[in-house]
Each structure stands twice: as C-alpha cells, then as structure tokens.
Design a protein around this ligand. Structure first.
Ligand SMILES: CC(C)=CCNc1ncnc2c1ncn2[C@@H]1O[C@H](COP(=O)(O)O)[C@@H](O)[C@H]1O
Ligand SMILES: [Zn+2]
Length: 344
C-alpha cells in the first residue's frame, strides 16, 4: 500500500465532496455542532460493516447537517483536496450538489463559490494537485431543480476560469426516472459541460440506462448492472462499448453498499477483460473509510494485476478525465517521468 501511495500517481475522477470528509475533519465538524448529538458511527461505514442502499443515503443526511455553511464547505473542500494530494492523487475531479440552507444563509451560488474558493486556495498554497469541479444534480429533487442546477453550472462555467468542467447525476437510484431529467442533461451537454452520470447502480434502472446512454454521457458512474450476467443486456453493453464510454468503478463503495456481493464478483473484471476503459475511484472515501491507494491495492490483489497493469490503469485515467488538453499533456509528462522509478 505504501508503494501505491508514494509512487503511483493517480487521477481521482469520482469523488463526492460530502462523502469524502475524513474522520479528522468529521471530528472537527462534530465538535463545532455538539447540539446535533452526532456520533462518528453515524457518518462512516467501517471495514467489515455493510449497509443497505437506503441506510447509506441516510448517512449523507447526517453529514449535510454538519456541513451547512460557507465556512464548512470551504474547510471541508480544502481538507478533502489536501487528503487526496497526500494520497498521491495529482488530478482530482470533485463533485458536489449545491444546497441552500436558510439557517445559515447559504445559497446554491455561494455553495459553488465556496468550493471554487477552496480549489483556488489550495493552488495558492502549492498543494501538489490539479482540481476541477463537477456540479451535481440530485435526482431526488426532480426535473425543475435539475434544470436550475444546469443553468447555474452554465453561468459558473463562463466565470470560473475553467474550474467547472462538467455535470454529475447522482442521488438515490430508487427515486425518480432519468427520462424526466433528459432536457436538463441535454442542455448541459449542448453548452459544453461534460456528463458523468451514475448509471445502472441497481437492477431496475435498465430502461433508464438505455435512454441516458443515447445522450451519450462522457463517463459512467458504477454501471453495476449493465452487463447481461447481472441482469443487464447486450444492447446496453453494445452502447457503452461502441461509444467507448469510460466507467468509474468504486469497489469498496459497491461492496459496503451491497450492490455487489464481494470484491471478486465486482464488475471491474467484466469490463477490464474486454479492454474497456476502467477508472478506479473512491466514490465517498470518508463514508466508506477508504482512499484511492486502497482502491488500487484492492483491485490489484483481487484481480491479480501486475505493477505494470496497475500503472497502465492509472495512466489511462488521464485520458478519461475532463481536463483540458494542456493539463492532460502535463499529467502524461509527469507519468512518463515517474514510470522508470516505479516499474524498475
Ligand atoms: C449510498 C451509496 C451506496 C453510495 C454510493 N453511490 C452513490 N450513488 C448515488 N449518489 C451518491 C452516491 N454517493 C454519493 N452520492 C450523492 O452525493 C451526495 C453527497 O455528496 P455532496 O453533498 O453532493 O457533496 C449524496 O447526497 C448523493 O446525492
Ligand atoms: Zn458516486
């Protein structure tokens, strides 16, 4: 694991801000708001523990109570960026759902501004990581809010010096239907926002995935039930393969959230064997008590990947990112410089 941390540079492409809050930061937040009486066990799922999907989404409700002001978002986002950097992540796409909180006067606009401020401050402080932001749509909030979110993201895309690069669709997969969100997603695509969509996290999303894959998205989050062996279909797999849409795979998240029964049954194997672009990701490193090094380590030990193969996985992720070409080139350069030290 130490080897992975020190030498393997990794792009982190699927990280929800509030799901990524570490134990240490959570302690600070809990201490700031003692009246909420929140215990750390309510905000994280430890190793060996599992939760139903519904229980996992309850965890986010608790965290949202703790992170509800501009100061909180700034503090949390800075800490998360620093932690990813310390884990050897050289490029990070952080995603978060803008929220308004009447109690603290937080608006959705200020929410995004606070996250952007955190990225700027980390840059000024020379934290060794490039960070971009994806504005997230919580599917639970329906089509109107989705459209509002896209418009907000559009505004910021023009004013954030390129820090906002895309849109995420996430939230409880049992709620709502993607067809209602198509106009918002189409609009986002038309204005140049890249789309990273949570897709087929549960078996009943087959029809929705057919529709959303026709957009098409630029990356797929999870895609757990796309392939026929788990109740998906050849047609879904064909769409993903023909359009060569990279899949963001989060091993610990899926096993702890029980959408995948065990690590060795993870759909990483299905897609990796086909040579399809697979990107290892953390999803919610705080909630699931993991980090990106651990995810690489898990994939390597579960599927018997060589050092060379692991290196190739991390390098391939650069081209799957939404970074501008110049940043991708800088990252490729970094990877080329480090390769002999890692693999010899
Ligand atoms: C529950 C579970 C197994 C999680 C893994 N898979 C997920 N699937 C869908 N949406 C997610 C997942 N993890 C985080 N999110 C979204 O990210 C939010 C937390 O980060 P943020 O507040 O957007 O900064 C959650 O409220 C939810 O909308
Ligand atoms: Zn996710």
């Amino acid at each position: 694991m130490e080897t992975m941390k020190k030498y393997y540079q990794k792009p982190g492409l699927h990280a929800h801000l509030n799901g990524s809050v570490s134990f240490e930061t959570m302690e600070k937040l809990i201490a700031r708001k003692p009246h909420l009486n929140i215990k750390h066990s309510m905000t994280a799922i430890r190793n060996g523990q599992h939760r139903t999907l519904d229980e996992c989404f309850q965890v986010f409700k608790v965290i949202h109570q703790l992170v509800d002001s501009e100061e909180d978002i700034l503090m949390v986002a800075k800490a998360v960026i620093q932690e990813f950097a310390a884990d050897g992540v050289k490029y990070l796409e952080l995603r978060s759902t803008p929220r308004e909180e009447t109690k603290t006067g937080l608006s959705k606009r200020r929410y995004i501004e606070s996250a952007i401020e955190a990225i700027r401050q980390c840059k000024q402080e020379d934290v060794d990581i490039e960070v971009r932001f994806l504005v997230a749509i919580d599917r639970r909030n329906g089509p109107e809010v989705a459209m509002e979110t896209v418009k907000l993201a559009e505004d910021f895309m023009l004013s954030s010096d390129g820090l906002i690069v895309g849109l995420d669709l996430s939230g409880d997969p049992t709620v709502g239907h993607g067809k209602d969100l198509l106009p918002a997603l189409q609009r986002a695509k038309n204005c140049g926002l890249k789309l990273a969509l949570h897709l087929s996290e549960i078996p009943s999303q087959k029809e929705e995935s057919e529709l959303l894959l026709d957009l098409p998205p630029d990356r797929i989050g999870h895609g757990t039930f796309l392939h026929p062996e788990v109740g998906g279909s050849d047609s879904l797999v064909d769409k993903v393969c023909k359009q060569n849409i990279p899949i963001e795979l989060c091993l610990t998240s899926n096993v702890k959230g029980q959408t995948v029964p065990s690590y060795d049954k993870h759909h990483f194997q299905y897609w990796y064997e086909r040579g399809h672009p697979c990107v290892l990701c953390t999803d919610d490193k705080g909630v699931f008590c993991t980090d990106l090094s651990q995810e690489y380590q898990l994939a390597a030990s579960t599927f018997g990947l060589s050092q060379e193969a692991v290196w190739h996985l991390s390098q391939q992720a650069i081209q799957c990112s939404f970074a501008p070409e110049a940043v991708k080139q800088q990252l490729e350069q970094k990877w080329a410089e480090l390769r002999p030290r890692v693999l010899n």
